[in-house]
Design a protein around this ligand. Structure first.
Ligand SMILES: NC(=O)c1ccc[n+]([C@@H]2O[C@H](COP(=O)([O-])OP(=O)(O)OC[C@H]3O[C@@H](n4cnc5c(N)ncnc54)[C@H](OP(=O)(O)O)[C@@H]3O)[C@@H](O)[C@H]2O)c1
Length: 319
């Protein structure tokens, strides 16, 4: 495994991080047992993954807590989050919900606590009214660092995060980035690097790079909307060049490698309920970058797109 600093937090994190949400939710999403989900987490940790991201909304905090009990806590970096409503939640509810998360995890502290999926309209309320409660929990040692995550599907232009990365108290940010959703390359990473904000990537694969028939539908729609030229559909799979001549082992492999080697990326989160995929994804994230001409082609083809592949949780429909 390779490790790097998470922004200016002082935390050393594995470049591959296990996402315990998404559609898979460690396997809970398809009805796997508690023990099978624990085994997915342990497979990742045994491969050197030390960054684990969960959330109240995923229903996986107890699983993560059970899985990590037999490891050295100091070597693990555990992140969780909760969704709060602007104008309804208060600093008291923040404190209560953080303490409830710690109880579910069976931990004395979390390394990062994030406000989850913050909409641009709710940003100032989170910063001014709710974040001071996280600062107090930080003083008490229950939260080590303060994070914020965007809502990919409802804020595809990343308006909330473009503000947050310029301001206190955010030390870590979770954002959507992929080979067909490259906006952060221009708008987020230059600033997050300059300010020392740690970055965690989500939506790197999701449905679009793991489900070929869904991907075909997405491409057809982008052509229909005039966002891509129709010629892209003329020669079989529009992403075929990623797996031609051994460039990448699969589209999923290419998607994780593309994201992992972008300047300013600290952790690539991968979500899965499949132990074999844990191994495959760790291998992908540790592989060399895609060749420069392939990256240039991805930038030229898809660099102008916004919000592609940012599906809400749940099954996607294919034609
Ligand atoms: N707003 C937020 O805060 C927010 C929103 C979204 C995500 N997140 C975080 O980001 C994490 C990652 O996002 P994500 O769950 O969408 O993960 P992802 O890594 O982008 O995509 C995961 C999807 O790809 C499949 N997959 C994974 N590895 C594969 C492989 N090697 N081959 C084929 N299919 C593969 C998974 O199904 P299998 O189970 O079959 O592997 C799952 O359907 C989440 O778990 C969560 O921690 C946060």
């Amino acid at each position: 495994m390779e490790y790097r600093s998470l922004g200016n937090t002082g935390l050393k994190v594995s470049v591959a991080g296990l996402g315990c949400g998404g559609n898979s939710r460690l396997g809970l999403g398809r009805g796997a047992s508690f023990d099978d989900c624990v085994a997915v987490v342990r497979t990742a940790v045994d491969l050197g993954v030390n960054f684990l991201d969960t959330a109240e909304a995923y229903g996986t905090e107890e699983i993560v807590g059970a899985a990590v009990r037999s490891y050295d806590r100091d070597r693990l970096v555990i992140s969780t989050k909760a969704i709060f409503k602007a104008d309804a939640d208060t600093s008291e509810t923040v404190t209560r919900r953080v303490e409830a998360a710690l109880k579910r995890l069976g931990l004395d502290y979390v390394d990062v606590f994030h406000f989850h999926a913050v909409h641009p309209n709710a940003y100032e309320y989170h910063r001014d009214v709710l974040a001071p409660a996280l600062a107090r929990l930080k003083e008490q040692g229950k939260v080590r660092h303060i994070g914020i995550t965007e809502t990919g599907p409802r804020d595809p232009e990343q308006k909330m995060l473009a503000r947050a990365i310029q301001e206190d108290p955010w030390e870590v940010a979770m954002l959507a980035y992929s080979l067909m959703n490259q906006g952060a390359r221009r708008a987020i990473f230059p600033v997050s690097q300059r300010r020392g904000v740690g970055t965690l990537l989500m939506f790197v694969v999701r449905n679009i790079f793991s489900n070929a028939s869904y991907r075909r539908d997405v491409f057809a729609k982008l052509v229909e909307q005039g966002q891509l030229d129709a010629s892209i559909l003329s020669d079989g799979d529009p992403l075929g060049f990623l797996v031609a001549d051994g460039v990448a082992a699969s589209i999923t492999d290419a998607a994780y490698r593309y994201a992992r080697h972008e300047q300013g990326v600290d952790v690539v989160l991968f979500g899965t309920g499949n132990k074999a995929h844990v191994q495959e994804n760790v291998d992908s994230i540790l592989r060399s970058p895609l060749p420069p001409p392939v990256i240039e082609r991805l930038h030229a083809l898809f660099g102008r797109l916004t919000g592609v592949g940012l599906d809400l949780p749940g099954p996607v429909k294919t034609s």
